[in-house]
Unconditional design. Structure first.
Length: 215
């Protein structure tokens, strides 16, 4: 069992494929023919769509995306969910995306750029809790309160999302379910090595906390 969250990790599954060594991937093997591999993943795009829909229901219309730099895989998948949801609501996306490395300081800096515009974003969607926590810091530096003044969402439902104040609305991945499927697929592959590869795509869930709820 291996993890393969981006195209940078391709050498390992390629090595195993060439030697016909059985393996199952957690995370889609971006850059490889998906139908030729056994994999389990969480639908990141669906998670970001849920985040956008949540902010729209709260009345937000200028919803920016604070994303990762392009990676030919995971980053594009999550960003596509924001794009689709914004399009379905007829909301503007031009100029509403900023990208950078996945760390708190980048989140703080890029969110600051969005908040300092003449027409600032009222909601900020992030592909990780790390960047979202940075965005919350940027709000505080400007006298803005997450939830009350700016809606902010993260992704992963990490420990950080639960201990920051206010609590961070985030996308939870069904990791226990993913682990069970990964083990099941590997056992199926070992028992029937000539069977057709199977893929499992799981849906994440939105966990709402104070960073998006006006008080």
């Amino acid at each position: 069992m291996i993890t393969c969250p981006s195209s940078d990790d391709l050498p390992l599954p390629l090595f195993l494929l060439e030697r016909q060594i059985p393996f199952v991937v957690f995370g889609r093997p971006w850059g490889l023919p998906m139908s030729e591999c056994w994999w389990v993943d969480v639908d990141g795009a669906a998670g970001l769509e849920q985040a956008v829909n949540h902010l729209v229901e709260l009345g937000h219309r200028r919803i920016a995306y604070l994303g990762w730099e392009k990676s030919a895989g995971l980053a594009e998948d999550r960003e596509s969910g924001w794009q689709r949801a914004m399009g379905s609501h007829g909301l503007p996306t031009r100029g509403m995306i900023v990208r950078g490395p996945d760390d708190v300081e980048t989140g703080r800096r890029l969110a600051g750029e969005l908040l300092d515009r003449q027409t600032p974003a009222s909601g900020i969607i992030c592909p990780s809790d790390t960047m979202a926590i940075g965005a919350m810091r940027a709000c505080r530096e400007r006298g803005l309160e997450p939830g009350r003044d700016v809606g902010i969402t993260g992704y992963d439902d990490s420990l950080g999302s639960r201990v920051v104040t206010p609590g961070l609305t985030s996308i939870a991945q069904p990791l226990e379910t993913a682990a069970k499927h990964t083990v099941r697929l590997l056992l199926d592959l070992l028992n029937s090595p000539d069977s057709k590869p199977e893929q499992v795509l799981l849906r994440p869930s939105l966990v709402v906390r104070e960073s998006t709820m006006p008080r």
